[in-house]
Ligand binder design. Structure first.
Ligand code: IPD
Ligand code: CA
Ligand code: CA
Length: 257
């Protein structure tokens, strides 16, 4: 499956590069700021074509077309462009993300930013890699010395999960925070130690499936906002180097009270 995963990432990555400087159609999905472009659809079609030509019986869950359910215990979980708003504005902070779930467990994942030519890959039990070089999370243990990253749901205003209050709680501790606009890259950049922790509310399985295995194989920790066991179908994600995890949890929980 690894070779098909790489082929899917490389071929869809070429599409992202090819269309970046062209005119392409952009539409909103429900909420006005939630975009889908013609390039998301082209990227998705290419990935599914490659997977289906080799594994016609595998299940697919992909952001724009939804689920294709066959009778298989393997599911490819696809985000054809993560960071679509960046892409639509010509900002090269975006990627293709593909995770593979087998019997309910994420066993492999790859995330590729064709503009920086960075390909993150992990297979369960075999470590995490950036362009074939082994990566690991940072060892920062002091929250106030950490560099964090987050994102906001499309419906941030009036959200009962208080994303703004949680963000303020970290900012008020004078902790530097970035907002890249691609959850998949946020997680990869935590996996390779550029960031020490990431949190976000309201992500979908395609945003996080590949990142989950990449981060955990790099030695990181992932839970929900209560510190409980995480599943990629959870709405809450707290992903960190493991060492600052409890300190981040405390800030999030206090802010939500
Ligand atoms: C989005 C990005 C963004 C996150 C949003 C996601 P998309 O994915 O990952 O960083 O804040 O919640 O929906 O729409 O660009 O695939
Ligand atoms: Ca996404
Ligand atoms: Ca997407």
């Amino acid at each position: 499956m690894k070779n098909i995963l790489y082929k899917s990432l490389e071929e869809s990555g070429k599409i992202l590069k090819e269309y970046m400087d062209k005119d392409f159609a952009v539409e909103s999905k429900g909420i006005i700021s939630n975009l889908v472009t013609e390039v998301d659809k082209r990227s998705e079609a290419k990935i599914i074509e490659i997977i289906k030509s080799e594994f016609p019986s595998h299940n697919i869950l992909s952001e724009e077309i939804g689920a294709i359910n066959e009778d298989s215990d393997v599911k490819w979980i696809i985000d054809p462009i993560d960071g679509t708003i960046n892409y639509a504005h010509g900002i090269p902070i975006c990627c293709v993300s593909i995770g593979i779930e087998k019997a309910g467990e994420i066993v492999m994942g790859g995330i590729y930013n064709p503009f920086s030519e960075e390909l993150f890959f992990a297979e369960k039990g075999k470590g995490s890699y950036l362009n074939d070089k082994k990566i690991k999370v940072s060892n920062e243990s002091v929250l106030e010395k950490s560099l964090l990253v987050t994102g906001f749901p499309y419906n941030t205003g009036n959200n009962p999960n208080k994303p703004v209050e949680v963000f303020s709680a970290f900012v008020n501790k004078d902790i530097p925070i970035r907002r890249l606009g691609s959850a998949a890259l946020d997680i990869c950049w935590t996996a390779c130690g550029r960031f020490d922790g990431f949190w976000e509310y309201n992500l979908n399985a395609w945003d996080v499936a590949a990142g989950y295995v990449i981060l955990t194989e790099a030695g990181g920790k992932v839970t929900d906002f209560e510190g409980k066991k995480y599943s990629v179908y959870n709405k809450e994600i707290l992903a960190s180097n493991g060492v600052i995890h409890d300190s981040m949890l405390e800030v999030i929980q206090n802010a939500k009270k």
